[in-house]
Design a binder for this molecule. Structure first.
Ligand code: KG4
Ligand code: ZN
Length: 335
């Protein structure tokens, strides 16, 4: 089955062609530079960029896959969650393509697509797992009992992990999004230089909270302003913040996996690009005899390939197509 998928839930415009579990093309146009000036995503600007970029991106994806429109068997798009004004563009365009080609259409939950992205290229080796989804908007632990059957165990009660990277980075004066910059600086920093809280680490639930950590970094910088003029101290600060975030994410993920009796842990979403998080998950999973599957770095951040591949598996599993009159679901929570 050859599918065309579109993704426009936030600040990446993406189109992909997938077939039989494989990615034929996955073109992503990122708006990061545009929004960096404002320190965060500006919805109105995001929408205009999606409108401008969607057709060129889709054309490039078709060309790279060497697929012409009549060869498309089904169309998919992100239906939610995300910015309404941004979601609308990819979702309505995909419905229009499905209408014109008279092919089935499937609306996909963005988080569900992240959830299965660690299995891209390896669906045949699927095993029950506890999955960590960490992005700029969400931090979640999900029990995946079997393919396409999952249950959310917990999530953040305030800021997402990526948001914590971005907001503490802003306090340090780093450019948006600060996550990748902190990752880089932390590599040459001492993670034990400064002690920051590990929120909810010892709570019995699978929830996360990162706003307190952000506040404690704010007060720390207020009380030690000269520290920001010393580049080694900035690296130490980045390493210490990153260590606090990682410890909570890794310990709570592994604890949930042990409790649920699964042998596998997976992770996806933008923050899964973080090299410290990848290393620590590897170390702790090895220590506990757990199989670890991390989404490939280029599939961690938002992309249409993960949308198309999940849509293909759902259609093959007999899920009903989404009506062409259906609307976006900006607040669509993963159950
Ligand atoms: O999944 P994603 O592309 O978009 C959302 O759905 O939110 O994730 C973006 C988030 C941003 O907060 C960004 O700072 C973070 O992922 N991020 C990282 C790294 N790369 C991206 N955080 C820490 N280390 C990284 N290397
Ligand atoms: Zn995402």
């Amino acid at each position: 089955m050859t599918l065309l998928a579109l993704e426009s839930s936030c600040d990446e415009t993406s189109a992909a062609l997938v077939r039989d579990g494989k990615i034929l093309s996955n073109v992503v146009s990122s708006q990061i530079k545009l929004h960096a000036e404002y320190g965060g995503v500006v919805p109105e600007l995001a929408a205009r960029e999606h409108l401008k970029n969607l057709l060129p991106v889709a054309r490039a994806a078709l060309a790279e896959a060497k697929i012409s429109a009549p060869e498309i068997d089904a169309v998919a798009a992100t239906q939610g969650p995300g910015l309404a004004i941004a979601l609308l563009i990819g979702f309505k365009a995909a419905q229009a393509v499905a209408f014109a080609l008279e092919k089935p259409f499937l609306g996909i939950n963005h988080h569900e697509a992240h959830l299965y992205s660690p299995w891209i290229g390896a669906f045949g080796r699927f095993q029950p797992n506890v999955s960590l989804i960490v992005s700029g908007g969400h931090t979640m632990l999900v029990l995946v009992e079997s393919e396409l059957k999952h249950r959310v165990l917990g999530g953040t009660i305030d800021d997402a992990a990526g948001e914590c990277f971005d907001k503490t980075g802003k306090l340090i004066g780093l450019a948006y999004p600060a996550g990748p910059v902190i990752d880089q600086l932390a590599e040459q920093g001492n993670p034990n230089a400064f002690a920051f809280p590990r929120p909810l680490l010892h709570d019995a639930n699978d929830d996360f909270s990162f706003s307190g950590l952000k506040t404690s970094v704010r007060y720390f910088i207020r009380d030690h302003p000269a520290l920001l003029d010393d580049s080694q101290k900035v690296r130490d600060l980045c390493a210490s913040i990153q260590a606090a975030i990682i410890e909570v994410l890794v310990k709570k993920t592994v604890r949930a996996a042990k409790r649920e009796g699964v042998q596998c842990v997976t992770a996806s979403g933008g923050v899964t690009c973080n090299s410290g998080l990848r290393k620590e998950l590897e170390r702790v999973c090895r220590q506990h005899g757990l199989v670890l599957r991390l989404a490939e770095k280029n599939l961690c951040t938002d992309n249409a390939a993960m949308i198309g591949l999940l849509a293909e598996r759902k259609l093959l599993a007999g899920f009903p197509p989404t009506a062409l009159a259906e609307e976006i679901q900006p607040g669509w929570a993963l159950a």
